[in-house]
Write a protein that binds this ligand. Structure first.
Ligand SMILES: Cc1cc2nc3c(=O)[nH]c(=O)nc-3n(C[C@H](O)[C@H](O)[C@H](O)COP(=O)(O)O)c2cc1C
Length: 214
């Protein structure tokens, strides 16, 4: 009887730790390396601000989108609308509008487009009136950026695209996003393969903003 209870207890521990088979010695290693991979991915993701021209494949973007929509959301409301644009003409046209309003943009060395030269941009929108829409979209966005980073694809959140998309001249492009009624654009996210000379360093973090309370 004691031995049966022991086996049941061991199986429960294995289930709780995510270990599929306590006899499989590789199992513990696999759990450990998954943890390391996830933490390394989180700590090494950086905003990428220059990209190669090659577009991100739709297959890869599809996986990134899938990771996005698996983000948690309050009451699983999924209060987001995500539109991926990899149409160069669309991005170039919006760039021309942005440059018209701010000619200095085009003076940046190597400037190709207003989206940090990204060939692919995801536009993220949420309901104007929503309990947790912005928060949930933030979680979705980070899921997408972390997924991209794990696939060798760079990304950068671009708050700067929002006012441009609301310029009068950009109306046809905003309409092409077909956002649901009552939704507002929150952010754009640039995606692409990092340009060869990009070596991003992590901007300093303030560890004092997060601490234990006794
Ligand atoms: C909501 C939001 C808006 C942002 N907008 C811009 C932007 O318009 N242009 C830009 O270059 N970076 C933008 N960023 C990127 C931040 O500058 C960047 O995340 C921050 O400096 C930390 O660097 P890291 O992402 O490399 O860790 C934005 C980030 C967030 C979360």
């Amino acid at each position: 009887m004691k031995i049966v209870r022991f086996i049941v207890a061991m199986l429960s521990v294995a289930a709780m730790t995510g270990c599929c088979d306590s006899n499989d010695k590789r199992c513990g290693d696999a759990v450990y390396s998954k943890q390391e991979a996830v933490i390394e991915n989180i700590l090494t993701r950086r905003s990428i601000r220059d990209y190669k021209e090659d577009p991100v494949s739709r297959e890869e973007m599809g996986k990134i989108l899938e990771c996005g929509i698996y983000a948690p959301s309050a009451m699983n409301m999924q209060p987001w609308a995500v539109r991926v644009v990899d149409n160069k003409e669309f991005l170039d046209d919006v760039t021309a509008i942005a440059v018209k309003h701010n000619p200095k943009l085009a003076e940046q060395p190597g400037f190709r487009n207003f989206f940090r030269n990204a060939p692919t941009v995801a536009f993220i929108a949420c309901p104007e009136e929503s309990y947790s829409g912005e928060y949930d979209c933030g979680l979705l966005s980070e899921n997408m950026m972390l997924a991209a980073s794990s696939m060798g694809i760079g990304s950068c959140c671009l708050g700067s695209v929002v006012p441009v998309m609301y310029y009068e001249e950009a109306k046809p492009y905003l309409e092409r996003l077909e956002l649901p009624e009552g939704y507002k654009l929150l952010v754009g996210i640039a995606f692409g393969y990092p340009a060869d000379d990009v070596v991003p360093t992590a901007p300093e973090r303030d560890a004092n903003k997060a601490y234990f309370v006794e």
